[in-house]
Write a protein that binds this ligand. Structure first.
Ligand code: GLA
Length: 384
């Protein structure tokens, strides 16, 4: 059902008349480089063939009216004013509009309708798809001239200021800059990026959704970020050049070991290792060495589970299943605490892995996992 334009037009028509334009914006995968973005490190995401389809029309008023097909709910809010909508999904749109306005740009009232097929809570960045769809569409409709880097930052600022997640830039960047058949090697500090062709001959990339999302108290994502920043600050006292953990080495981490908690020592160790693992994977991709790519993925999983502690029983089980079925590489993908594993599987082992993993997982947790083949696709765009 991805990007069904006739369908979204019909939905729009029922509520608001004929749309001016249609847009699409995808979710993302990330091959490796997890929890490195807010540490100024590298990531290796790609946009996927699942996303948000949006129909929009300027309405000449000072009201914004949006209908979400997924929630079957319409929300209205004013062009100015601080009253956030109560619905979380609408707060993303509210945030995008306010962040655009903060940058001195003017948008008018509009009507919009959208639906999405990025599974929620799966670590595939459904929220970035939504943010990018709106920032891209408004930038285009109102001729705002905001460059795509700033569009990504507007999405990120929306998470920070209107949703309370202090995320990095990876998801929004991937959703806006995605390119069919390519991963994006992004330096999250300088925002320099390079497209890396990704056609692993003889292999398939597949996601297994654990279909659990453990909503934990005390915002563990923000808490991981704070831990990293605290360790970087401790190192900076001796090495002023260390702005973020991306600049730190294992030797520097050892120097401050006595001054930081064991937990923070483990967290930072994961990040420093992960920055290097990503560079190793990029080298291996250049040589079509998927065995090394896969080994690094397993290392990342182990680090995310034991050092960074963002895994859960279900994801560790899926990772063990990957090993059991001879999968080349497998790991948790995204923020963690549920969602998907990403798996690099030899073609010849694919069927046995998928059917076996689904049965084994279901037998253990009584939840049917979902399976998505990854199709690396284009980023946010105008459709009509
Ligand atoms: C979430 C965040 C990203 C990134 C990942 C972990 O998806 O939105 O910025 O930090 O987690 O790599």
């Amino acid at each position: 059902m991805t990007y069904d334009l006739r369908f979204i037009k019909d939905v729009f028509r029922k509520h608001y008349g004929t749309p001016d334009a249609l847009y699409a914006s995808p979710g993302r995968i990330n091959l490796i480089g997890e929890h490195t973005d807010y540490n100024g490190g590298f990531v290796l995401p790609g946009a996927i063939d699942k996303g948000i389809t949006l129909a929009i029309k300027t309405n000449g008023t000072d009201k914004i009216r949006v209908f979400s097909l997924d929630y079957e709910e319409a929300v209205e809010f004013a062009l100015t004013g601080a009253d956030k909508p109560v619905q979380l999904w609408a707060r993303y749109i509210f945030g995008i509009v306010r962040e655009i306005q903060k940058r001195g740009k003017t948008v008018g009232g509009f009507d919009a309708a959208f639906y999405g097929d990025v599974p929620l809570g799966a670590g595939l960045s459904s929220s970035a798809a939504l943010e990018s769809a709106f920032v891209f569409a408004l930038n285009d409709r109102y001729g705002l001239g905001i460059d795509p880097f700033e569009c990504a930052k507007i999405g990120q600022a929306t998470e920070h200021n209107y949703v309370g997640v202090k995320c990095g830039i990876m998801d929004q960047f991937a959703s806006l800059f995605g390119k069919k058949g390519h991963l994006i090697r992004l330096d999250c500090r300088s925002l320099e990026y390079r497209y890396v062709p990704f056609h692993p001959v003889g292999y398939r990339l597949v996601l297994i959704n654990s279909c659990v999302k453990h909503e934990l108290v005390n915002n563990p994502y923000n808490n991981r970020r704070e831990a990293c920043e605290a360790v970087a600050a401790a190192i900076r006292k001796r090495h002023p050049e260390v702005e973020l953990l991306r600049d730190a080495t294992f030797a520097m981490l050892e120097e401050v070991k006595a001054e930081i908690s064991n937990e923070n020592y483990a967290r930072a160790g994961f990040v420093i290792g992960e920055v290097q693992r990503l560079l190793d994977v990029c080298d291996a991709l250049g040589k079509d060495d998927y065995v090394t790519v896969g080994r690094k993925m397993y290392e990342t999983h182990s680090g995310l589970s034991k050092l960074y502690e963002v895994s859960c029983e279900e994801l560790d089980f899926l990772n063990d299943l990957a090993k059991k079925y001879g999968v080349t590489g497998s790991r948790i993908m995204g923020g963690g605490f549920g969602g998907c594993t990403i798996n690099l599987v030899e073609e010849a082992k694919y069927n046995a892995f998928i059917s076996g993993a689904v049965i084994d997982y279901q037998a253990k947790f009584h939840i049917k996992p979902e399976v998505y083949d990854v199709v690396i696709s284009d980023g946010a765009r105008k459709m009509e």
